[in-house]
Unconditional design. Structure first.
Length: 482
């Protein structure tokens, strides 16, 4: 059995980048999400962040790892004060960064989190131009109007997941969609955006913990929800929650969102132990019991098991939380490890049911990110992984165009965003790099911010919003500032 180093950093992060087709199809009446990797209304954008004239405003805010969103002249985000256990939703004035309102969310218990890197303010809000939707895994889904008046709420969580809940709410037509994949009781749910009533709820019994936000894809004139979870990408009917099709071949933990461009879906997923050269496997149950079942009760306690890879995952494997692993629990996770596959896939699904053998157009196994969602721009798929490694593929064929290293090493949680001939990357350590959207690799600039960055930058008109641990910065190009 292969034992691997624990690699669960902050799985309570949701750093997503939506697809080119969706970003360009949004009307001004809808919202600009921070997960829109390509900003359709991006004007002339700044290419440097070290000139004071380009900084329009800076506002100090409490910590949080959600990305901000922009709608109707406001910037919305969620925050957390650990000392007070205070979860909050905050609205800023888009022009000058003034705090317009702040609404606290009372909660009896904060969900479990990564001990050093997690945040209970991880899910990015959504807005339909009239209503704001925020989700906290410690409390549930809340709907406000744009002045901060609570319209409705629905209790959800905390969930069985020691790394928290980070999949964000998203909108399709008149519904708010949430996907909650955790150790047990995973589901996809839709709420009526006006009333908050549950429109439908679909169980995902085979899903284990993952953190990807669904994406809307329109095919043959019909909308579908693309839901990425452990081992599987699936299409659902947003009207009634029916599962339409699925493709296997994903990682055992999925954080990036699907990226849909025309008839093709690009899906990147990576998790420890899923590479072919370093596959994580569990012994067959019979062998495991023979090795470790010292009291011969047909189960395995934590004190009996002598394998680090199992002990690191013992809590999530123990589905009934009785302190013992039985055969069903062991074999369920053994199957997940066996089937997990790290790669980026190009998929063209047509039809219903299991499309694994006929829908995958190409597969590429190197450079796949753990958290950031790739973007597809001008026929090129861009993705960034830890270490600041940027891989560019020809979107139509999967052919490698280049593999380069950014000036900022370390971990990457924010997704890349593109506009005005530039692609922006933000590292956890706070290094923001600007790369030319050209065939030949060219780094335009890099700038180190004070504070870590988890949320994806927002492109809006000629401005870019960057959230660090303690502040939101609003930059614009020199020409726009004059």
């Amino acid at each position: 059995m292969l034992s691997i180093t624990k690699y669960f950093l902050s799985l309570a992060l949701l750093i997503i980048a939506a697809n080119l087709g969706l970003a360009e199809s949004r009307s001004p009446a809808t919202f600009l999400r921070s997960d829109a990797g390509i900003a359709s209304n991006a004007g002339q954008l700044p290419d440097r962040f070290d000139a004071p004239a380009k900084l329009r405003w800076r506002t100090r805010v409490d910590t949080g790892q959600s990305s901000p969103i922009v709608s109707n002249g406001r910037v919305f985000l969620t925050t957390y004060r650990a000392a007070e256990h205070e979860l909050a939703t905050v609205a800023l004035d888009q022009k000058d960064g003034r705090i317009l309102w702040k609404k606290n969310t009372p909660t009896e218990r904060i969900e479990e989190l990564h001990p050093t890197m997690g945040s209970p303010a991880a899910a990015t809000p959504a807005c339909d131009g009239e209503r704001l939707f925020v989700f906290f895994g410690s409390y549930g889904l809340i709907c406000y109007d744009l002045e901060g008046r609570k319209l409705w709420e629905h209790a959800l969580g905390p969930f069985r997941d020691e790394y928290g809940a980070s999949s964000s709410p998203m909108l399709v037509d008149d519904k708010v969609i949430l996907c909650e994949d955790h150790d047990i009781d995973s589901f996809l749910i839709a709420f009526d955006a006006r009333s908050g009533k549950v429109a439908w709820k679909t169980a995902r019994p085979n899903a284990v913990r993952s953190y990807a936000t669904p994406t809307v894809w329109t095919t043959a004139g019909q909308k579908q929800l693309l839901v990425a979870g452990a081992l599987e990408l699936a299409g659902y009917n947003p009207v009634n929650g029916e599962k339409l099709w699925w493709v296997n071949g994903l990682a055992r933990i999925v954080i990036p969102a699907p990226v849909a461009v025309a008839d093709t879906i690009f899906m990147a997923s990576w998790a420890p132990g899923g590479d072919a050269s370093a596959k994580l496997t569990l012994d067959p149950w019979k062998i495991a019991v023979e090795k470790w079942d010292k009291n011969s009760d047909g189960k395995l306690s934590r004190t009996e098991v002598a394998d680090r890879a199992v002990l690191e995952r013992y809590t999530r494997m123990d589905l009934n939380q009785d302190g013992l692993l039985d055969r069903a629990e062991w074999e369920r996770h053994a199957d997940v490890f066996r089937r997990a596959d790290n790669a980026v896939l190009a998929i063209k699904p047509t039809g219903q049911g299991d499309l694994t053998d006929k829908a995958v157009v190409w597969k590429y196994r190197r450079g796949t990110p753990y958290v950031p969602t790739p973007i597809v721009h001008h026929g090129v798929l861009w993705m960034v992984k830890d270490g600041g490694i940027v891989t560019r593929l020809e979107a139509g064929t999967g052919r490698l165009l280049s593999e380069e290293r950014l000036p900022g090493p370390g971990s990457y949680y924010a997704s890349p965003v593109a506009g005005d001939g530039k692609v922006y990357f933000a590292s956890e350590a706070g290094m923001v790099s600007v790369v030319a959207d050209e065939r030949d690799w060219r780094v335009i600039s890099s700038h180190k911010f004070d504070g870590k960055i988890y949320g994806t930058p927002v492109l809006n008109g000629g401005r870019i919003l960057i959230r660090t641990e303690e502040s939101i910065f609003c930059y614009e190009s020199e020409s726009a500032a004059q």
